[in-house]
Write a protein that binds this ligand. Structure first.
Ligand code: NDP
Ligand code: 8X3
Length: 253
């Protein structure tokens, strides 16, 4: 029987690539996000290009009720989840703290921290029932170091770092693996969202070096699930060769 992965934020970037990677490797996928058209398109791509099934759930991770209703709506054949990839997230704005927009702050904290918690709360019982559950939380190098203007985004990803450690401790006796993947810069829609749709600023974020791709993150996320049952990668920081830390990116002129 196929295993099942639930991926949040599957309409774009890492989440989309992760869903496709797992589907290509025989997993049925539960794909989630707010943009339903994109979920339907991805479901179609998965089912036409792999032997796996896809089921989509459209909800906003910030809305506790929507999260609960979506997970409760799963039929029995989708209720045994082996892997949860908590990926949905965003940076909104890149301002000094004194210039920050409280709307941006709410979005980041509500999505990256509270959303991850709401989804985990509903899915953990389904993971436990499989006897071999695995949670992969997508953190960031921003959860390891703080950089200028990163303030609240960095705080939200530091929270993911702490929550991942807490989950690992609390879920120990349930035998659920918890892996945090903390990527550096990767080219997705991330910077367009961060700069509120300003495509030129988004492009500049990747100028002069080769960032990672969404497929790079998907490759590594899938790898962490291929280890023997007694092994768990707890925390994995990954960057492109051009990036040494949040502060050091080697850009060619
Ligand atoms: P994208 O903007 O390409 O994708 C973000 C995904 O998150 C989309 O599918 C979006 O779906 C979903 N999402 C955002 N807000 C919500 C919400 N309220 N409810 C449900 N889904 C939501 O960015 P990435 O793929 O790059 O980002 C994925 C994760 O990786 C994020 O957590 C990000 O912080 C993290 N990250 C990104 C890095 C990068 O450089 N790209 C580096 C390190 C970490 P929809 O809008 O349809 O709801
Ligand atoms: C995204 C990477 O460097 O913009 O988490 O914080 S960075």
């Amino acid at each position: 029987m196929n295993k099942t992965v639930l991926v949040t934020g599957a309409t774009s970037g890492f989440g989309r690539a992760v869903a496709l990677k797992f589907a290509k490797n025989g997993y049925n996928t539960i794909i989630t996000g707010r943009r339903e058209e994109r979920l339907l398109e991805l479901k179609n791509e998965i089912e036409s290009s792999t032997n796996s099934l896809a089921h989509h759930l459209t909800f906003d991770v910030r809305n506790k009720k929507e999260v609960k209703n979506a997970i409760v709506s799963l039929t029995e054949n989708w209720k045994s989840i082996n892997v949860l990839v908590n990926n949905a997230g965003l940076a909104s704005g890149l301002d000094k703290i004194q210039d920050g927009d409280t709307e941006d702050w709410d979005k980041m904290i509500d999505t990256n921290v509270k959303g991850l918690l709401y989804v985990s709360k509903e899915v953990i019982p389904l993971l436990e029932s499989t006897g071999n559950g695995h949670i992969i939380n997508i953190g960031s190098t921003a959860g390891k170091e703080v950089y200028e203007r990163g303030n609240v985004y960095c705080a939200s990803k530091h929270a993911v770092d702490a929550i991942s450690k807490g989950m690992r401790i609390d879920l120990l006796q349930m035998g659920i693996k918890v892996t945090q993947i903390a990527p550096g810069a990767a080219e997705t829609e991330f910077s367009q969202v961060r700069f509120h749709g300003d495509k030129e600023k988004a492009r500049d974020a990747y100028k002069g070096y080769q960032p990672m791709s969404a497929e790079d993150i998907a490759e590594v996320a899938y790898y962490t699930t291929t280890l023997p049952p007694h092994l768990c990668i707890n925390d994995l920081v990954m960057t492109s060769l051009a990036q040494a830390s949040s502060h050091y990116i080697h850009r060619k002129p």
